[in-house]
Design a protein around this ligand. Structure first.
Ligand code: TYD
Length: 207
């Protein structure tokens, strides 16, 4: 039996890392066998590409950035995601293709049609079963990011960039309501946790 594929998304500072820990606790409590991974990254090559992509001393054309994201994803699918799903394991990925549409599309203003070509090439019809999108006003997210000592190449971007990234995510939530679940990340921690639990309920029921 094929496992389920869950992804987490949100602008930098949305708090998805905290919620990832909560999500895996819920899966553990249900006795589900799962792997946790992340993008860009998740493989030896992907982690090297991640270092390049996040290095603020390196500048690159937005198309190069998109191509590297999808190159890392191709490897990630081949080595981690698809084999795990085929074995019946669930896969939880900290970011996936929605991030490319939001950051490279919305943030860097790359044409969505170009990203759609890469998406089709790299993953054909594969989509996550559930995407938790943690939504937060850019002002609040930036306050959190500002506390980070060494902001990476994306975290150092300005308000307008994240505003475009957020709008692109929100647009995708509207476009894919069956798979994408928006969670208000500016609520209290308890409320966010219960929203995560609620979002998972449908998947857990069918398990
Ligand atoms: P992130 O997931 O936020 O990790 P951390 O919590 O360790 O900072 O960092 C990954 C960055 O990569 C994030 O700023 C978004 C960016 N990104 C893209 O621009 N496009 C993509 O396709 C992916 C997967 C990530």
């Amino acid at each position: 039996m094929q496992g389920k594929f869950i992804t987490l998304e949100g602008i930098d500072g949305a708090g998805k890392t905290t919620q990832l820990a909560w999500l895996t606790e819920i899966l553990k409590n249900h006795g589900i066998d799962f792997v946790v991974t992340r993008e860009p990254g998740g493989t030896a090559l992907g982690e090297k590409l991640r270092l390049l992509l996040l290095d603020r001393s390196i500048s690159m054309h937005p198309e190069t950035e998109a191509l590297l994201m999808f190159a890392a994803r191709r490897e990630h699918l081949d080595q981690v995601i698809l084999p795990a799903l085929a074995e019946g394991q669930w896969v939880v990925s900290d970011r996936f293709t929605d991030a490319s549409f939001a950051y490279q599309g919305g943030g860097r203003k790359l044409e969505y049609s170009k990203l759609a070509v890469l998406e089709q090439w790299v993953q054909a019809d594969l989509q996550p079963d559930l995407t938790l999108y943690f939504d937060i006003p850019v002002e609040i997210a930036q306050q959190r990011i500002n506390q980070i000592k060494h902001a990476d190449r994306f975290e150092q971007e300005q308000f307008d960039f994240f505003q475009r990234v957020r709008q692109a995510y929100l647009q995708r939530v509207k476009q894919f309501p069956d798979r994408m679940y928006k969670i208000d990340s500016s609520q209290s921690l308890v409320e966010v946790k219960s929203a995560v639990e609620k979002a998972l309920r449908v998947l857990l029921k069918h398990d």
